[in-house]
Design a protein around this ligand. Structure first.
Ligand code: NAD
Length: 258
């Protein structure tokens, strides 16, 4: 297994789904985990799952879209663990009401951009100086396959936020490459997590999504976590600035086989 021994990983939204599975896998690989969550109980459950298996984890409660909360969350993570080596900006939302540009209310647009895009910016704003002080590291920012292709179901704010994450991550990768920081945009296809399950509870919407996936199924959060571990570890030492698709073949397909 790829080793993260001696490294500290700060993971936003680690109380559920992809973030939680990535935290558990990175802890098994030897990292000290800092769970950064808005939902205290969910965050505590992830910490308990890791500590129960003999791993190292602690919680900071913060809303990724809040400047002062993110600054103090990163400070706390560094003072508890003596540095920061892996930054996984994973927290994201996909609320009801995010639809076409015509129908989406302005407050929904602003909320999605605040969490999904500003949240990643703030993670980088405070995480990068801490990583530089720690001798470098790996940033994984969560975008989505919808950052590279049009969604079949309308979700304009979500799509715009993920496009922003992808572009921002490329620039960070280029700017910090010679200072020992790598940055990659993780672009998952649809994953079976609470974020998507509610949306896909409508069978028609679900069928419309599945028809575009050559593998014919959603990803499991554990499958995305494996990619995150690769990007976090030195196994990906020459990988930076990528649009790292983990999408069951969606972006490769024009016509999906029967
Ligand atoms: P999830 O809903 O299961 O988990 C998201 C976690 O983020 C929750 O624990 C939630 O409490 C936390 N969170 C939400 N807003 C927050 C905030 N403001 N501050 C701190 N924490 C906050 O979601 P998931 O499916 O695991 O998604 C994780 C990431 O992957 C998101 O960025 C999402 O957009 C992206 N993604 C998901 C899919 C999918 O199909 N599930 C596909 C592509 C990309």
């Amino acid at each position: 297994m790829q080793s993260l021994a001696g490294k500290t990983a700060f993971i936003t939204g680690a109380g559920s789904g992809i973030g939680r599975q990535s935290a558990i896998l990175m802890a098994k690989s030897g990292a000290r985990i800092v769970v950064c969550e808005r939902d205290e109980q969910a965050g505590q459950e992830t910490v308990a799952a890791i500590v129960g298996e003999g791993g190292s984890a602690s919680l900071v409660v913060a809303d990724v879209s809040d400047d002062s909360q993110m600054r103090s969350a990163v400070d706390t993570a560094c003072s508890r663990n003596g540095g920061l080596h892996v930054l996984f900006n994973n927290a994201g939302i996909f609320p009801d009401g995010d639809g076409s540009p015509v129908d989406t209310p302005l407050d929904i647009w602003e909320w999605v951009i605040d969490v999904n895009l500003k949240g990643v910016f703030l993670g980088c704003k405070y995480g990068i100086p801490a990583m530089l002080e720690s001798g470098g590291g790996s940033i994984i920012n969560t975008a989505s396959f919808v950052a590279v292709m049009g969604a079949a179901t309308s979700q304009i704010a979500y799509t715009a936020s993920k496009g922003g994450v992808l572009a921002m991550t490329r620039e960070i990768a280029v700017e910090y490459a010679r200072q020992g920081i790598r940055a990659n945009a993780l672009c998952p296809g649809p994953v079976r997590t609470p974020l998507l399950e509610e949306f896909l509870s409508d069978p028609e919407v679900k069928a419309r999504r599945l028809v575009h996936i050559p593998m014919g199924r959603l990803a499991e959060a554990e499958e995305i976590a494996s990619a995150v571990l690769f990007l976090a570890s030195d196994a990906s030492a020459y990988v930076t600035g990528t649009t790292f698709l983990v999408d069951g073949g969606i972006t490769a397909s024009y016509v999906t086989p029967e």
